[in-house]
Design a protein around this ligand. Structure first.
Ligand code: SAM
Length: 287
């Protein structure tokens, strides 16, 4: 039981709000929202509905990525004056693919206490309901929308051995699923959690291929979170020195430098790049 009397002066409260089901707002979150001196919210109109249903009277300050720079000093000065401030986003936990991180860092820098009143988060809700390993996992949020940044991120994700959670907008879901199928293979385990905590909540899986097939027939709608099973550890080839040399020489004939060929073969064997490079070097020295 929390014995502190909340909300306290000079404290920034980071409050988790529902991701669909209003019943998921905790009594503690409700109490603090009703009693703080001011509330910073991503969209005052969106949060206004939730807050007016709670009969919250505190002034609302819009706080989003486009006004964060100018808003942060104002909010910090309110904390300095002894006010208590709640930070909420449109849904879920502020800071998780939502604004909040910079304000929280700034509040800490200026020695204000930051207390999180935990609540729903689509990433962890999707993860624990996926049936995929939860002991170690990665959160990728939204991927870069295009270009090399997206390609590199997808490549890393496809080789990641831990379960990975990804956010995606419904109109981009098919593109992401087909990219994942190309890189990970359509048999890789995957669950798409759709409309979590809402009336039409559903899980689509159990593989990338099955989800792709489903969404090609059923247009993706609503909010989706992807939970991708981790990559299986690579089985390293056991090759003799002459087999290793032959592999590297083929790569060199294809246009790779000696160093690149050694690096490439090192990735699929149990030998270091250095060992392979030396092997290659020795093979070119006449006896
Ligand atoms: N801060 C939020 C949180 O803690 O989960 C995330 C906000 S982010 C802007 C919105 C994304 O979260 C959506 O595009 C979707 O990928 C995921 N999401 C939010 N609500 C969801 C829900 N009810 N079901 C499935 N995914 C959801």
């Amino acid at each position: 039981m929390n014995k502190r009397l909340e909300p306290e002066a000079c404290v920034l409260y980071v409050i988790g709000t529902p991701i669909g089901n209003l019943g998921d707002l905790s009594p503690r979150a409700r109490y603090v929202l009703k009693n703080v001196s001011a509330i910073a919210c991503e969209d005052t109109r969106h949060s206004g509905q939730l807050l007016s249903s709670l009969e919250v009277r505190a002034p609302l300050f819009s706080f989003h990525r486009h006004n964060a720079k100018s808003r942060i000093p104002k909010l910090i000065s309110l904390l300095k004056k002894g006010e208590s401030i709640a930070l909420i986003s449109d849904a879920g936990l502020p800071g998780i693919s939502d604004p909040g991180e910079e304000l929280i860092a700034e509040a800490r820098k200026s020695n204000h206490e930051v207390i999180c009143i935990p609540g729903p988060c689509a990433a962890t809700t999707a993860l624990v309901s996926s049936g995929l390993p939860c002991d170690r996992f990665c959160f990728e949020g939204f991927l870069p929308s295009k270009g090399t940044a997206r390609k590199d991120r997808l490549n890393n994700i496809s080789n990641e051995p831990r379960t990975t959670v990804i956010y995606e907008a419904p109109h981009r879901l098919l593109k992401l699923l087909s990219e994942l199928a190309d890189l990970c293979g359509s048999e890789r385990p995957l669950q798409v959690a759709r409309e979590l905590t809402k009336l039409h909540e559903e899980q689509i899986g159990p593989t990338i291929g099955a989800a792709l097939k489903h969404f090609l027939i059923n247009k993706p709608l609503g909010e989706c979170t992807l939970v991708l099973g981790g990559a299986k550890p690579k089985v390293l080839e056991e090759l003799s020195n002459s087999e290793l040399l032959a592999k590297m020489k083929i790569l060199i004939e294809e246009g790779l430098s000696a160093s690149e060929a050694a690096k490439k073969v090192a990735q699929s064997s149990q030998h270091s790049k250095r060992f392979l490079y030396e092997l290659l070097h020795k093979s070119f020295i006449p006896e």
